[in-house]
Design a protein. Structure first.
Length: 132
């Protein structure tokens, strides 16, 4: 019985390790504005089903602009503070400007459309953030 329990444990660890190796990457980065500015531009890349999250603080009533250039294969969602899902009208876009409903940390989630992710594409992008 001890042998079968240890074999089962070894198998479970091996399966878990294999899943972790093939897992999609989810990373989060803070967006910082240089002193005296209200905009920032960041470049990066995605691979497959990876997701890159950018966080930035803003106040209710401010206007945020987010745009992506460099590829048509990267979309984004804007998620309001305390929420799990994209704000209404702000999903699967490449450019958006809108008035912010709440004060706090907003998350801009970048990802590839499923067809490109399934192919394992690695698009490079430049994302521009502005708050005013």
């Amino acid at each position: 019985m001890k042998r079968s329990a240890s074999t089962l444990l070894a198998f479970a660890l091996a399966v878990g390790s294999a899943a972790a190796i093939g897992a999609d990457q989810h990373s989060t980065h803070s967006v910082h504005f240089a002193r005296g500015t209200s905009a920032s531009t960041i470049s990066g890349s995605l691979h497959g089903y990876d997701t890159v999250n950018y966080t930035l603080g803003a106040s209710a009533g401010q206007t945020m602009t987010v745009s992506i250039s460099g590829t048509p294969d990267v979309y984004f969602n804007v998620i309001a503070p305390g929420e799990q899902y994209a704000m209404e009208g702000v999903n699967n876009l490449q450019a958006w400007t809108g008035r912010l409903p709440a004060t706090g940390t907003y998350r801009v989630e970048l990802f590839q459309p499923r067809a490109q992710a399934r192919r394992g594409n690695t698009p490079h992008y430049t994302v521009h953030f502005q708050i005013h």
